[in-house]
Ligand binder design. Sequence first.
Ligand code: SF4
Length: 332
Amino acid sequence: MNTHDILSFLTGADDDALFADAHEARLKVFGKAVYIRAIVEFSNVCNKHCRYCGLRADNRRLRRYRMGARQILEAASLAAAEGAGTVVLQSGDDLGCSMELMGELIREIKARHDVAVTLSLGDRGLDEYAFWRECGADRCLMKLETTDRRLYKRLRQGEDFSARLHRLEGLRRLGYEVGSGVITGLPGTTPADALRDIVFLSDLDLDMIAVGPFVPNPDTPLAGCVPGSGLLANRMSALLRLLNPTANIPATSALDALRPGGRALALTRGCNVLMPSMTPVGLREDYVIYPGKNADPLDGIPSLAPARRTIEASGLIPSPAKGFSPRRSHVG
Ligand code: SF4
């Protein structure tokens, strides 16, 4: 597929063919399996100022929390007991979580459960990531959010895109499976930006690639901006599937925030991963990167049941597998 074809699909030339081909491609590699990655959002403390994100340090309206070790381990145990093959430990850029504590948590989770552990902890040092890898962590998520260097700098308060990219490459060298991704429909972007994102992400040879539509948060400087489009996110994920047939591609929760049922639809358009929150009720409501995140209906305790229902309603099968990327032979 050349760039002209990609742009033409991005602007809706033939959605039916694109989505059917993407679904066919995912069935060929993964069958009907959908991997479940259970996320424990253990801290919403963040020292950064990303203009699109409700966890930004200057959002004084957000009630902050940091879970204790026992609570984190309990949430991981619940996820494993419910059949998640992966536990994702996620937080803001929270320097209050020490390297040693994270290492202990990773060791404990790996000792107690037969699960993969993914880290989504932001811009911590590569020395810390090396330590956590030794403790048993398997994967890292390091989103780029946009591949437009100038936009990146503007949205992330002067941060350097190259430094983020360097960290991502460093994680791969440490032996992690590496995932990244973008927000589509950020203010001022066009289908040409989506094209650049697709080509850039494909060139990175990632194990996991995520595309979520922009959802404006009223407590950020981007409040009132026009939301992104779930359909454009679907088109991007479908194109990424065709260009990266063996990559894991999640149906992102922002799709549901824009339109209920958005993730279910994405699972029939090339996506093969679902990442439900297993953060305790009473805290998950405060992990508000954007409104509508963690909106699964729950009855008191977090559960993977809504995710399973979403998968089955799409005619697919929830998989308890760790779901390592078939792109490379995992060394963990
Ligand atoms: S995107 Fe990440 S680093 Fe930026 S403010 Fe939100 S949680 Fe913090």
